[in-house]
Design a protein around this ligand. Structure first.
Ligand code: AMP
Ligand code: MG
Length: 403
């Protein structure tokens, strides 16, 4: 058995970032930035008021209770700005440029207006309630790194800088193939010995939830020619392939036979539970080089294996700088028991908030075929080899939710 970090490192070292494409600002949301963004302007572009109130000269307002004469008004968007002289104030709105002469703004809540006079109830230092030009960004500031995920804040930043064409990394197109003679389509009624193919829809959903494109390559029977045809079809049309089933020690594990013939594969027994068997390699065919993740067939194993081994590699292909699964600290609500077996266990747990802490509660059924427990899980509690974790003890949890 090989340790999980070694398997993860091997997979990550074998994949490459996909090429960059230009997309529109609105299409850039949820993508990964291909190049760093360096500001080319002062943001804010001009000093402006942070509040509604009165623009004044701070030297006129060194003590509370000063009365000034109101000589005009500037609103946001104003381009003609009256100057503020000694003893004067100008009514100003949030976002309006600071008029010449003024260097501070008294909040309207701190002002008592009587006719064309205003009394300030507090003293004001220079710069009070003023947003200086460039205090957010200045030319040359690297404001986003390549590999950053473009969230709503980044979209706003790009818009502010006028970047309406955004270089993003192409989103990996991931083909999903199920294998097994026992599998029928979810819309069919299984006959004797058959079950519905649940991995394919589950993996497609997971791939999309993690921000990649999923392509359904169907379900191949346990037949070498059929599996090879399906895989080569996937190689021709996808950036990466995910297969489920046929990678363990069974007699009809033809995925193994086919992948060994057409790919440069490494077959691993990883020191984890569930999801011990895992295959990874690269298929070079028709001028393309496509990584393939051979996941075990058991439904829980296939999803856990994807999260721990395939998702980080796909994030790397997608250009993400941070590829590791997100791990959060939690407290066990009850003992999370396990036996010593040389493996790290990933127990399916529900997470609940309790004050400032997350509380992890194990699903009652921890078998690799127990889909009902998997469907309710929020995370995977990491139980290093040993006897487990006692009630109230800390435990790390790999988040299964979208992030
Ligand atoms: P395998 O890895 O092919 O030996 O399959 C291990 C277990 O997972 C068997 O019980 C299979 O029936 C089950 N299995 C394999 N593929 C799927 C699938 N796509 N959907 C649901 N169960 C599956
Ligand atoms: Mg099988």
């Amino acid at each position: 058995m090989i340790p999980l970090p070694d398997a993860q490192a091997h997979v990550l070292s074998s994949v490459h970032r996909l090429d960059a494409v230009d997309v529109s600002l609105s299409e850039s949301a949820g993508r990964v930035l291909a190049d760093a963004v360096v500001a080319d302007a002062l943001i804010p572009p001009f000093a402006n008021s942070a509040v509604d109130g009165f623009a004044v000269r701070s030297e006129d307002a060194t003590v509370p209770g000063i009365t000034l004469r109101i000589i005009g008004m500037v609103a946001a968007g104003a381009s003609r700005l009256p100057a503020v002289g000694p003893g004067e104030a100008i009514r100003i709105m949030t976002g309006a440029p600071i008029p010449p002469g003024a260097d501070a703004v008294a909040m309207v809540e701190q002002c008592d207006v009587r006719g064309d006079l205003v009394e300030l109830s507090e003293a004001l230092g220079s710069g009070r309630n003023v947003r200086a030009a460039g205090d957010d960004m200045a030319p040359g500031d690297r404001v986003l790194d390549a590999g950053a995920w473009i969230g709503p804040g980044a979209v706003g930043l790009l818009a502010t800088l006028g970047r309406t064409v955004v270089p993003v990394v192409r989103r990996p197109v991931v083909g999903v193939l199920s294998t097994g003679d026992e599998l029928v389509d979810p819309a069919s009624t299984p006959g004797p010995g058959q079950i519905r193919d649940s991995n394919r829809p589950a993996l497609c959903a997971l791939i999309r939830e993690r921000g990649f494109d999923a392509v359904d390559l169907g379900c191949a029977p346990d037949d070498e020619a059929a599996i090879e045809a399906a895989i080569l079809h996937g190689v021709a049309s996808c950036d990466a392939l995910v297969t489920s089933g046929g990678v363990s020690m069974g007699d009809y594990d033809y995925v193994k036979v086919v992948l060994d013939r057409i790919g440069d594969m490494r077959w691993m027994q990883i020191a984890i539970r569930p999801a011990k068997p895992f295959a990874f390699g690269v298929i070079a065919h028709g001028g393309r080089s496509v990584p393939v993740f051979g996941l075990p067939g058991n439904p829980v194993s296939s999803l856990v294996s994807f999260e721990l081994l395939a998702a980080p590699a796909l994030r790397s292909m997608a250009g993400r700088a941070d590829v590791a699964p997100l791990v959060v600290p939690a407290v066990a609500s009850a003992p999370l028991r396990r036996r010593r077996d040389g493996k790290t266990h990933f127990a399916r747990v529900a997470l609940d908030r309790s004050g400032t802490e997350l509380v992890a509660t194990a699903a009652s059924q921890q078998g690799s075929h127990h889909m009902a427990a998997m469907a309710r899980a929020d995370g995977l509690a990491v139980l290093p080899d040993g006897d487990g974790v006692e009630s109230g003890e800390r435990v790390e949890v790999v988040l299964l939710r979208s992030y």
